[in-house]
Design a protein around this ligand. Structure first.
Ligand SMILES: Cc1cc2nc3c(=O)[nH]c(=O)nc-3n(C[C@H](O)[C@H](O)[C@H](O)COP(=O)(O)OP(=O)(O)OC[C@H]3O[C@@H](n4cnc5c(N)ncnc54)[C@H](O)[C@@H]3O)c2cc1C
Length: 427
């Protein structure tokens, strides 16, 4: 393995893989140093169970760009229409929500007042007032009960966070502006995302972990090589840890708090800013059972007012993945809590717990307080001469990890081709 490269990527999650691929596509020599025993970061599969994300939204081109480069496009399978039914736990029971406007009128998941406000927004419209938090933005349009009910359930399903702290612009970039322009929040939500021929939810035949495995065939990814120190010299960086190497450009593609520790000695301001970014902890409990009695579909989300144990559950036939806030509950507490939820919601029971995945830093929280800090990172990283990649640079999702990684890899290649400082001072 080479110990002098154009680009070293620290962290072999989705952002690091995208960065490595982008730099290599330009012709750079690239090494990715990954601290754990596998590539792919949170996108990981074992024993047929996903540890982290289970599927992706096909409307985002970055996924197809990644799959194409890894030779995985043909393994992407669109989730069937039966999965389009989603359930909401509210008012003491589960309500089926199908992707049809008729659902809105028929469902008992919403109050009459909430339905009226949604219909009024979509038909009559009217000026949309700006608001910083997700809670305030939706509450002023559809009422506090909506913001604290269905909205909070959805926000838990995506961010596992508090809508009173999460920022509208951080979580759904462009939504507020579109809503102001269209004078309708519903229309702005429907217009979200770039137009794409490949809408829908997709899974990978080999699981999301296939991404890391395929990346190892295309890129030099060294596993169990945690980076502990980065130091600058005139021609780039020394990267030290599981192994030492010199690189003309470095992409730090770890979670923000890890990047904070690594980059603090190079730039205390950058380290301090990264250290302010927080993640929500999540535990995923995989279980199977023939007596769960859920009605089929994609899964359910729970409104916080229901005071259920779990945030929600995804359905896969007689297997289930239940998401619980926090990462410290012991196995017995988790099993008992989920069993109580299932009993209450369906009268059914949990069979066997298959695996428990605890993620202390699961999902970046784009809070109102974090946004100005995050917006200042690019300038600070530029001053320090490093590139950053990771889902925390966007709205916490895989698409954000990939987009930031592809961009950072391209920039790293450009940086690596600049003349070193000593040669500039001679010319
Ligand atoms: C349970 C769960 C479900 C999720 N579901 C979805 C979903 O449905 N849709 C969605 O879009 N997103 C989802 N996410 C979020 C998604 O997984 C992340 O946005 C994305 O995977 C983050 O990728 P990343 O490359 O930025 O970071 P990571 O995946 O965290 O990768 C960082 C990598 O850096 C490595 N590393 C850390 N320290 C060092 C070091 N010192 N040296 C070298 N390497 C180091 C880590 O081992 C890791 O491999 C989910 C997350 C979880 C936990």
């Amino acid at each position: 393995m080479s110990s002098d490269v154009d680009v070293c990527v620290v962290g072999g999650g989705l952002a690091g893989i995208a960065a490595g691929l982008a730099a290599r596509a330009e012709g750079a020599s690239v090494v990715v140093l990954e601290g754990s025993s596998h590539a792919g970061g949170k996108a990981r599969t074992s024993d047929g169970l996903e540890h982290g994300p289970q599927s992706f939204n096909g409307r985002y081109d970055v996924f197809w760009q990644l799959l194409e480069q890894l030779g995985l496009t043909a393994t992407a399978e669109r989730v069937g229409p039966a999965s389009s039914t989603r359930w909401l736990a509210r008012f003491g029971r589960l309500h089926a929500l199908k992707p049809s406007p008729l659902t809105l009128f028929g469902t008992r998941a919403l109050t009459a007042r909430e339905k009226l406000s949604l219909v009024r927004d979509a038909t009559l419209g009217g000026p949309v007032a700006p608001a910083a938090t997700l809670h305030d933005f939706f509450a002023q349009r559809f009422g506090a009960s909506f913001a604290e009910g269905p909205l909070a359930a959805m926000v838990n399903g995506i961010f596992a966070g508090d809508p009173r702290e999460l920022g509208v612009d951080g979580c759904f970039p462009g939504l507020a502006q579109r809503a102001v322009e269209k004078q309708s929040v519903v229309k702005a939500l429907l217009a979200a995302g770039a137009p794409s021929a490949r809408k829908g939810i997709y899974r990978l035949a080999g699981g999301m972990g296939a991404i890391g495995a395929a990346a190892r065939q295309k890129l030099e990814i060294e596993l169990e090589a945690p980076v502990r120190e980065l130091t600058r010299d005139d021609s780039g960086f020394w990267v030290r840890g599981g192994r030492d190497l010199h690189a003309r450009a470095v992409v730090v593609a770890t979670e923000a708090h890890v990047a904070a520790k690594l980059l603090w000695p190079l730039s205390p301001k950058l380290g301090a800013a990264l250290g302010q970014l927080t993640y929500a902890p999540i535990t995923v409990v995989h279980w199977e059972g023939d007596d769960a009695r859920f009605g089929g579909g994609f899964g359910y989300l729970a409104c916080p007012s229901e005071r259920l144990f779990a945030l929600g559950t995804m359905f896969h036939g007689n297997r289930f993945s239940t998401f619980v806030s926090g990462a410290v509950a012991d196995d017995a507490t988790l099993a008992a809590g989920i069993a109580a939820d299932v009993r209450r919601l369906t009268g059914g029971s949990v069979g066997r717990v298959l695996r428990i995945d605890r993620w202390p830093n699961a999902v970046f929280q784009p809070t109102v307080a974090a946004l100005p800090v995050r917006d200042g990172l690019a300038a600070l990283a530029g001053e320090a001469g490093v590139l950053l990649a990771g889902s925390y640079l966007g709205a916490s999702a895989m698409k954000d990890a990939l987009a930031s990684g592809f961009a950072a890899g391209q920039q790293a290649w450009e940086l690596s081709q600049r003349k070193p400082q000593w040669s500039r001072s001679l010319s």
